[in-house]
Design a protein around this ligand. Structure first.
Ligand code: NAG
Ligand code: NAG
Length: 479
């Protein structure tokens, strides 16, 4: 009897984990695009001992005076360089868990050293260990909003200025990358005068439902770094795959990509999910890439005589992990983002924010990209509705996006103390301020690549941009 129960439990367990394994690629691909911008110094350096983990009490709802619920927000700090009266440098957390790397090295660290500054790194509500609610039910997620997070940041600044000796009159400089670059810009819109200046690396500012430019830039950057052959191979392979799926060759496609049997070529949402995930894998290559890493991927894609074979073998290496088959159904994707208990992940929270505030769906809506036409914005509108139980209709999402643009000013935020940088390879720059004189574009760099210390490895443009930040910070902290 005991043996039988043991056997049943083991079978049950392996059944569950086999299912998880076959879907794990959804988290992997998503996390690569939304992880903490890789810290300038690895978090396991010896200097890590200088960093303290602390907690601050925050209101759950900054907009409802009658709600007195609170929660604990995590933040990291280092007073290694601090001398009384020195400025405050805050690296602002976005949709990821904070780590020590930004407080032990890199350009912000160097500037804090120059000015005897106090360094902080704040974690965004609902990400990492900063969980205001016990789970991620749609009801609980209503307190997840950038405006709430900006209030958290404002309260954080007021609190440390009041409570930490020597910071009473300190100037504040805030630094962010990607979504947190958006935040350091919008903080100036919502709380003008609190922070002397912001450095925003790779900040999207324009909320947009159908973000068709994203995959265009992924394609351009692959072409620029990996060559026409690589771009053409992806484009030809995707076209062939689209045709195979509508002409009764589903079994061949399934076998090439080791798709689990539940994949249904007659279900549009499955087909959309398949092509979307494939394009996202390449998005990850470009967004976080370097010239060398993009070339390396192109070499792998070109390592076959056949377009479809070349693409499939590369994609399969990214998706299969330890699984026996790859689940690329819409249902699996939806269930991944519907898990309300999994606060270790960031996908449910971030996609909620896109439905509720930004859109930014990186669709196949443009013909000027190599990933085909099979992941229209409908895929994401369906996901908003299905993952958060009917709160988001097409109409509601469009309204939310418009509200965001009206409130924060989109490409005209009206700020004069924010330094904007973008990587030329970075697909996100299309939603940012790129006008000459208003932003610095760094040729041949991807997303958030300018946080390291000034180094001989930097391009001329990179070095000049970092020096420009340092010069501005000197003005901001002196003023
Ligand atoms: C989620 O948390 C709420 C309380 O915030 C609780 O009422 C609800 O039962 C929880 N849901 C699940 C699925 O645990
Ligand atoms: C500069 O590049 C070299 C070679 O890629 C590398 O070994 C070194 O660590 C880099 N130095 C810095 C400061 O990034």
């Amino acid at each position: 009897m005991k043996l039988l129960i043991g056997f049943v439990i083991v079978t049950l367990f392996s059944a569950i984990s086999a299912e998880d394994e076959s879907r794990a690629h959804f988290y992997k691909t998503f996390n690569k695009l939304h992880q903490e911008p890789p810290p300038p110094v690895s978090s396991d350096t010896g200097r890590i001992l200088d960093v303290k983990t602390n907690w601050i009490t925050q209101k759950l709802d900054h907009f409802d005076g009658s709600n007195d619920k609170t929660w604990q927000m995590r933040y990291l700090s280092s007073d290694k360089h601090f001398k009384a009266g020195g400025p405050i440098f805050i690296f602002v957390g976005g949709e990821w868990a904070v780590s020590n790397g930004y407080l032990v090295g890199g350009h912000m660290f160097d500037m804090a050293k120059e000015h005897n500054g106090y360094m902080y790194y704040t974690e965004h509500r609902y990400y990492g260990q900063s969980q205001p609610t016990e789970n991620l039910s749609t009801e609980n997620l209503k307190f997840l909003h950038v405006k709430q997070a900006l209030h958290d940041l404002n309260h954080f600044i007021a609190t440390v200025k009041k409570e930490v000796k020597g910071l009473e009159n300190s100037k504040v400089v805030i630094v962010g990358g990607s979504y947190s670059a958006t935040m350091v810009t919008w903080f100036q819109v919502m709380f003008p005068g609190v922070a002397a200046g912001s450095w925003a690396s790779s900040a999207p500012l324009l909320a947009k439902l159908d973000f068709t430019e994203y995959k265009e830039i992924v394609g351009e950057s692959m072409k620029q770094m990996g060559g026409d052959d690589c771009y053409n191979r992806i484009e030809n392979a995707v076209t062939t795959l689209e045709n195979m799926l509508v002409s009764g060759r589903e079994a061949e496609v399934k076998s090439l990509f080791k798709l689990c049997n539940n994949f249904d070529a007659n279900n549009d949402l499955d087909v959309y999910t398949f092509f979307s995930e494939m394009s996202e894998i390449f998005a990850g290559v470009v967004q976080s890439g370097t010239k060398a890493s993009i070339q390396n991927v192109c070499n792998q894609v070109m390592n076959s005589d056949d377009d479809v074979q070349g693409l499939a073998s590369y994609v399969l290496k990214q998706t299969i992990g330890k699984a026996a088959c790859v689940d690329l159904t819409y249902k699996a994707w939806l269930e991944t983002m519907s898990d309300t208990s999994n606060t270790d992940q960031i996908m449910r929270q971030w996609i909620y924010q896109t439905c509720n505030e930004y859109g930014w769906y990186q669709t196949s809506g443009s013909k000027l990209q190599p990933f085909g036409s099979k992941f229209p914005v409908d895929l994401f509108i369906n996901a908003c509705r299905d993952a958060y139980k009917n709160d988001f209709t097409n109409f509601a999402i469009i309204n939310n996006i418009q509200e965001t643009n009206e409130f924060f000013g989109a490409l005209n935020p009206g700020t004069n103390n924010v330094y904007f940088t973008h990587g030329q390879l970075d697909p996100w720059r299309a939603m940012g301020l790129q006008e000459e004189g208003k932003a610095t574009i760094l040729p041949e760099y991807a997303h958030c690549k300018d946080f390291g210390s000034i180094s001989n490895n930097d391009s001329e443009e990179m070095k000049a941009s970092k020096e420009a930040v340092a010069e501005l910070v000197r003005k901001w902290v002196a003023a």
